[in-house]
Design a protein. Structure first.
Length: 175
């Protein structure tokens, strides 16, 4: 049995999000040749599914004017009505893509970026300490303080999903 990767074990290393195939609807987070996690588009209107061995989440955008992105636990959302499953957390990105991720239990993280055309994105904790950086070329770096975050894995996956959603919006607006 393969051990579940602990993202804090990769502090000081660069990880990278890559597509396994050119036109694939999924991405893999890799440490060299090792696949640590996957995100795949579940289908039109169904959001994205993220998986790390032993853990799964669903990320779904809701609303039209005041859009927000929700994090749901577990397997397929299609198996149960989303009204019956409570989201773990949600974020309402502003027009620039920045926002505050709020968990049901009160934990919060800030999602922000620097740069315009190909920005670097950051997760910071409530003390404004940077935990994760996702760079222009989809390279993920963890700060030394990231090992203290209980949400490191989820933030890594959700941050990349937010980038994918932003890219989808830009493609739709341009096309």
């Amino acid at each position: 049995m393969t051990p579940v990767p602990v993202f804090s074990d990769f502090i000081g290393q660069q990880l990278q999000w890559k597509r396994p195939r050119l036109f694939s609807a999924s991405y893999e987070l890799r440490a060299g040749d090792q696949v640590l996690a996957t995100i795949r588009r579940a289908g039109l209107g169904k959001g994205h599914q993220a998986e790390v061995e032993g853990q799964q989440w669903n990320f779904k955008r809701e609303g039209f004017v005041r859009r927000r992105v929700l994090i749901y636990p577990g397997q397929e959302l299609a198996q149960a009505s989303s009204e019956l499953i409570q989201p773990l957390a949600s974020i309402k990105p502003d027009r620039k893509g920045n926002g505050q991720l709020m968990f049901r239990d009160g934990r919060t993280y800030i999602w922000s970026h620097t740069g315009h055309w190909r920005p670097n994105w950051f997760w910071t904790d409530s003390a404004s300490t940077t935990l994760i950086t996702i760079k222009k070329n989809r390279v993920v770096e963890f700060s030394p303080n990231a090992s203290e975050s209980p949400d490191l894995t989820l933030l890594t996956l959700f941050g990349f999903c937010l980038i994918l959603l932003r890219e989808e919006d830009a493609a739709a607006a341009g096309g």
